[in-house]
Design a protein around this ligand. Structure first.
Ligand SMILES: Nc1ncnc2c1ncn2[C@@H]1O[C@H](COP(=O)(O)OP(=O)(O)OP(=O)(O)O)[C@@H](O)[C@H]1O
Ligand SMILES: [Mg+2]
Length: 238
């Protein structure tokens, strides 16, 4: 595998900013304030791997940590994405790492059981899903929930062991992270790339803006690009 191989993000203008897409087999952090579109951007990426190249689809895994899988599936349907259909076709596996943490019985086959939440358990489920559908892409949304309560060395080691497992599995990964979360710096340094979603507040108007903070081993655009979220998902206004 060449390091320069790229994976489409599903957003044409973002692919151009990245000179083709996200580096294959690497981990990119998508960070941003609440409601900036981290989950929607991640869904673009997962769907693109499956639908943009129907003859050679890249099956995907979505790990839901802060929202129930059924909520994410309903939100995705607003953009015309039928996640259930992709799951039925074995092109998508959703891991429920949400319900068990709240003491609720999960409905999905791959789920963290009540009282068993840990990075090790989540990586075990990712490994199982990878084998089952030969997954090439992964989203952990948000990774910050996986690291809750960890600080300093423990958090750093948690992030490093997670990214090491993902690299070994050769998964092209998006980790999402809440920008105002304490300790997010570790995720930034451990990730191959960082994309930041934010707001521009001016008087009575708020606009959205995207920027590539870093992407190792490649050139990329340094522009701050405005974007909108519409019925088509994320639309960059280049
Ligand atoms: N169907 C839709 N049409 C237009 N805009 C939408 C639609 N659904 C969501 N949005 C916009 O997208 C935002 C939510 O996007 P998303 O869930 O990806 O954000 P997020 O960064 O993941 O948020 P959080 O930090 O809460 O997880 C909403 O706040 C809204 O502004
Ligand atoms: Mg989200």
């Amino acid at each position: 595998m060449k390091h320069t191989d790229r994976c489409s993000t599903g957003i044409k203008e973002l692919n151009e900013m990245l000179l083709g897409g996200l580096p294959r087999g690497r981990t990119t952090l998508v960070e941003g304030l609440p409601g900036t579109g981290k989950t929607i951007l991640s869904l673009h990426f997962l769907i693109a791997g499956i639908l943009e190249n129907p003859k050679d689809p890249e099956p995907a895994i979505l790990v839901c940590l802060d929202e129930s899988p059924s909520d994410v599936m309903r939100e995705a349907s607003a953009f015309g994405w039928n996640l259930q259909r992709l799951m039925d076709l074995k092109q998508l596996t959703i891991i429920d790492a949400f319900s068990g943490r709240l003491g609720l019985k999960p409905n999905l086959e791959l789920a963290v059981p009540i009282g068993k939440f840990s990075i090790e358990e989540v990586t075990r489920l990712i490994t199982e899903a990878k084998e089952e559908i030969n997954a090439q892409r992964l989203v952990i949304d948000p990774v910050s929930a996986l690291l809750d309560g960890m600080e300093g060395t423990e958090r750093r080691n948690g992030v490093l062991s997670l990214t090491a497992v993902l690299t070994r599995l050769s998964l092209t990964t998006i980790l999402t992270s809440e920008l105002d979360q304490a300790g997010v710096g570790v995720e930034r340094y451990a990730s191959h790339g960082v994309i930041r979603l934010g707001y521009d507040e001016k008087d009575t108007t708020v606009s959205r803006k995207l920027r590539i903070v870093k992407m190792r081993e490649t050139m990329h655009s340094m522009d701050v690009i405005p974007y909108e979220i519409t019925v088509k998902g994320i639309e960059l206004k280049v």
